[in-house]
Design a protein around this ligand. Structure first.
Ligand code: DGJ
Length: 751
């Protein structure tokens, strides 16, 4: 890893074993992009890559048609208003009403490691040798504004982290209307754009479309990163697949409104912009103040989508997530939500917990409904004290009883919200996000607290910290169950109302920071009506996230499959729930439900007392299985093998760091008569390793599984592993039951 600077040609080459990112400073002072892709040998200058031709109808800021037009160049942080007519990275409104800026190069700085981004989640280094950071200093002479562009190259993978900081060194306030975290201009448009999209209960399903001239992209304007679109896109070459070809991922470390936009111009140059959504964003920057954008993380892979994902997994698992739980296998939990909804009392909860303990579960989580007047979703949010009618001994009493059973105790909260029917709202009706004189829209009968106000965050912090201090709480599920509407704050001036969305999320980060610092050993799981805030910003504070409110195993295949495009298995909250499934009414075998939920943090979301004795035995087996393999599953290298999207089957696997051990999972979605003889090629094994393979096919197998035989690593990766249902059918053979929704888990280990 290195940052090479050629002073004469003003060329900067950020390079590691995987990538080269090369820029230069144009004669007029604008930073321009020269190359981003697979590592190349360094040279003094790359002037031949700069297009200087004169075209009609273009504008030339530096000369009478003889200089360069910004429109024809690949730029680092483009501005609209002079000679580039494409979408801009930055837009600033001056007191005069003008929006012209001209940020020109002033100098640079190189530091080892990576600077912190104050108040914002971001990737980090533990040792300065892990990364290097280049800061380009630019300035707009007329306004006195300064712009720092930060580029961090990591040693371990094709990773570049970027952000921008605008400082007002002038004498007049300005308004930042757009400040993207990155802009990247690529020299052609031969890409498919991949996005992770969906809706509530069907989040993060991968979709691809061929780039075409004009603008395409995804965004959120809902106040959270959203169920609808994840703050991520990838550009892949049309022939790239999971294991070959060029892919570039763009991921934003942010949990609020975002925009990921790709513009293809009429010379087939592709511009990617990623950052805070400029819609409804207007940040007043007083003289002397600075604004730091969130971070965007770009990953280049020359070896297809899996490699891109694995690079994100490693980075987000080890250098974005933090704290006590970062490297620890996650406790197997039981959550009472789908078991009871709002209909519980202490006795019922203890009953659920006690059966769970018998089956080997480690953590009991009390979900929504334990506080204030919260007997349904019409009341109580905001009143964070236990409801005496349900919990006569409070949360402290219940948590002690749960601990006495030998389980840890976890609690659900939704700190950003308030029901109009709550003491908090009656006392502080102006504490909600709202616009004076307009009726605030309700969603799930609740309103959003104005987390842009410190006193509101302080108050909620006081209540939540009290419960955490007084009770034996090992885990918090932090929910957020509505999008933001009528986004205004009672205390900000008119010209600062465009700051509320961003200030809100900064308030959320502030509360997370305070709670995670004071209670470092509490495991936080983020949640937003399922997966509306499954984003890198949240992972900085909470190393796992509830993936979706859809707990059906078959639906979950697609959701979890898509989630792994960016997010590690250790972050994916996944539970076994009851059948018929509460979201889609589907009936799937218990084994399939477990086989899907294993590929995440694993837990149960049902009352195990309601299962038959045989099923309870199976649950115990699954729990034993997960305890044995969770380290490998959650922290191994994950490979997507067969996509469930539009297919009748799905397969994935994880491999240990040394390649000697793996878990392979195969799921049949719909059975077909007279099926072909199918195999799946495995990945990541040692070619000359000799693997013994066990399966966990039947409910009555011993915990160590059924021996399937032994195979060479090269054989498994090149010939493939037979997963078909057409073999002889004798017990112990490689046969999947001829039915829909079946699955098989295999354990592979080098002898
Ligand atoms: C939405 C979450 O995703 C569910 O798991 C559950 O916690 C409910 N909220 C409770 O209101």
């Amino acid at each position: 890893m290195n940052i090479i600077v050629h002073s004469e040609s003003k060329t900067f080459h950020l390079q590691n074993d995987y990538i080269s990112y090369i820029m230069t400073i144009l004669p007029g002072g604008h930073p321009a992009q020269l190359y981003f892709g697979k590592k190349i040998t360094d040279r003094e200058e790359y002037g031949y890559l700069l297009e200087g031709s004169i075209r009609s109808h273009s504008a030339y800021p530096n000369d009478d048609g003889r200089g360069y037009s910004l429109e024809h160049l690949k730029l680092e942080y483009p501005e609209y208003g002079s000679s580039d007519f494409r979408q801009a990275a930055v837009e600033i409104r001056h007191e005069s009403g003008s929006r012209i800026t001209d940020f020109l190069y002033q100098g640079y700085e190189i530091t080892n490691g990576k600077p912190k981004l104050e108040g914002l989640p971001a990737t980090y280094t533990e040792d300065d040798s892990e990364a290097m950071t280049l800061t380009l200093h630019l300035a707009d002479e007329v306004s006195g504004l300064r712009l720092d562009l930060l580029y961090t190259i990591f040693e371990a993978g094709g990773i570049l982290a970027r952000s921008a900081k605008i400082s007002n060194c002038g004498t007049k306030a300005v308004h930042i209307e757009r400040a993207m975290s990155l802009s990247v201009d690529l020299p052609d448009a031969d890409y498919d754009m991949i996005q992770l999209s969906g809706s509530w209960a069907r989040e993060r399903i991968p979709e691809a479309r061929r780039l075409s001239h004009g603008i395409q992209g995804v965004e959120s304007l809902r106040g959270h990163s959203s169920h609808q679109h994840n703050p991520f896109i990838a550009l892949k070459r049309p022939n790239a697949d999971e294991f070959s070809g060029e892919v570039i991922g763009f991921s934003l470390v942010y949990s609020g409104n975002f925009l990921a936009e790709v513009q293809v111009d009429n010379y087939d140059v592709t511009r990617v912009l990623l950052g805070i959504n400029p819609t409804w964003f207007d940040w007043k920057l007083e003289a002397g103040d600075s604004f730091q954008t969130p971070e965007a993380v770009v990953v280049f892979s020359a070896d297809g989508l899996n490699k891109m994902s694995q690079t994100y997994h490693r980075l987000y698992q080890k250098r974005l997530a933090r704290g006590f739980w970062r490297d620890r296998a996650r406790p197997i939990l039981i959550n009472n939500w789908e078991a009871t909804y709002f209909n519980f009392n202490e006795e019922k909860l203890l009953n659920i917990a006690s059966k769970a303990k018998e089956c080997g579960v480690e953590l009991f989580v009390l979900d929504d409904g334990w506080f204030g007047a919260r007997r349904s979703d019409y009341a109580g949010l905001g009143d964070w004290y236990p409801a005496a009618s349900l919990l006569p001994h409070g949360i402290s009493g219940l948590s002690e009883k749960i601990e006495q059973m030998g389980l840890k105790f976890g609690l659900w909260i939704e700190p950003e919200m308030v029901n109009p029917d709550s003491d908090l709202y009656r006392e502080h009706p102006d504490w909600i996000l709202h616009v004076e004189g307009r009726k605030p829209s309700l969603s799930r009968h609740q309103l959003v607290l104005d987390f842009s106000r410190k006193e509101v965050v302080d108050h909620i912090h006081g209540m939540i910290a009290k419960i955490l201090r007084e009770s034996r709480i090992s885990y918090i599920k932090w929910d957020m169950n509505r999008s933001i509407t009528e986004c205004g704050s009672a205390v900000l001036s008119a010209e600062r109302q465009g700051e509320v969305f961003h200030r809100y999320i900064l308030g959320v980060y502030d509360l997370y920071e305070r709670l995670t610092s004071e209670f470092p050993e509490v495991l936080f799981e983020s949640c937003a009506g399922g997966g509306a805030r499954f984003d890198p910003g949240m992972l900085y504070y909470a190393p796992q996230a509830w993936c979706s409110d859809d707990t059906d195993a078959i639906e979950r295949l697609g959701i979890q499959y898509g989630t792994t495009f960016v997010y590690p298995v250790s972050s994916i909250g996944s539970h076994v729930s009851a059948v018929p499934n509460h979201q889609v009414n589907r009936i799937t075998p218990l084994k399939t439900r477990a086989d899907v939920a294993f590929f995440g943090t694993f837990g149960y979301e049902l009352d195990l007392n309601k299962l038959s004795e045989d099923e309870q035995k199976m649950v115990t087996r699954y729990t034993i299985f997960m305890k044995q393999y969770r380290e490998l599953i959650q922290f191994g290298t994950f490979y997507r093998l067969v996509s469930p999207i539009g297919n009748d089957s799905c397969a994935w696997m994880v491999v240990s760091e040394d390649g000697k051990e793996a878990i392979f999972a195969y799921y049949r979605i719909l059975n077909k008569p007279n099926n072909g003889f199918a195999r799946v090629k495995l990945q990541g094994l040692l070619p000359d390793g000799h693997y013994t393979v066990w399966s966990y096919q039947h409910e009555d197998v011993p915990p160590e599984g059924i021996l399937r035989g032994s195979f060479g690593g090269d054989e498994l990766m090149n010939v493939g592993f037979v997963v078909s249902d057409l073999s002889s059918g004798k017990v112990g053979d490689n046969v999947l039951e001829a039915a829909d929704f079946t699955s098989r888990i295999y354990h592979l280990k080098v002898e």
